[in-house]
Design a protein around this ligand. Structure first.
Ligand SMILES: [Zn+2]
Ligand SMILES: [Zn+2]
Length: 178
């Protein structure tokens, strides 16, 4: 039989059996341990997932959506004061708050890059936000946002998982030069 590399120690060896993956009993033992560890990890992950609540998924989804907003807006300046956001820590600020308008908490027209002073110290700098948001997204989309802000949308856990996946992909494929 042809030589192959041991799965554990990477040494070249001549297999005795066709599917032999390791060179020696010691490596076979190590290999079995590694497989078990892998299986345990997969089971732990499953268990962890089964313990996550709806609100955990909401938080995870908001985190990933906000990461996308930071990527999208890092070159645009703070939505409410225009401060350059490049190279500094900044927030994803909601125009309509997530607490009062949970149905548009992931709406990309409702969230924009905002400097920390505006978002955290001026509580979102709402008056400026109201003046500047229509200029950023256009009056049509602004009106649309007003229109849909009270619609009831409840995300199921499966929908949230889908949303998380979708935004992770969006982040991964984001063209930073646009
Ligand atoms: Zn080996
Ligand atoms: Zn600002």
């Amino acid at each position: 039989m042809k030589n192959k590399a041991c799965k554990v120690c990477k040494a070249k060896f001549t297999p005795i059996r066709p599917l032999q993956a390791v060179c020696s009993p010691i490596c076979a033992y190590e290999h079995a341990l590694q497989l078990k560890l892998k299986k345990d990890k997969a089971e732990t992950k499953k268990l962890k997932e089964s313990l996550l609540t709806h609100s955990d998924y909401l938080k995870m989804a908001q985190t990933v959506v906000n990461s996308f907003i930071r990527l999208r807006d890092e070159k645009k300046g703070c939505i409410t004061c225009g401060t350059d956001l490049r190279g500094r820590k900044f927030d994803a600020g909601h125009f309509f708050s997530t607490g009062a308008y949970p149905n548009i908490r992931f709406n990309l027209d409702n969230i924009h890059g905002q400097c920390v002073p505006c978002n955290q110290h001026k509580h979102g700098n709402h008056t400026e936000y109201f003046i500047r948001l229509p200029k950023r997204i256009g009056l049509d989309r602004f009106n649309k946002l007003l229109e849909i802000r009270h619609q009831q949308t409840k995300y199921s856990i499966d929908e949230l998982k889908e949303l998380i996946k979708e935004f992770k992909l969006k982040i991964k494929n984001y063209d930073n030069n646009q």
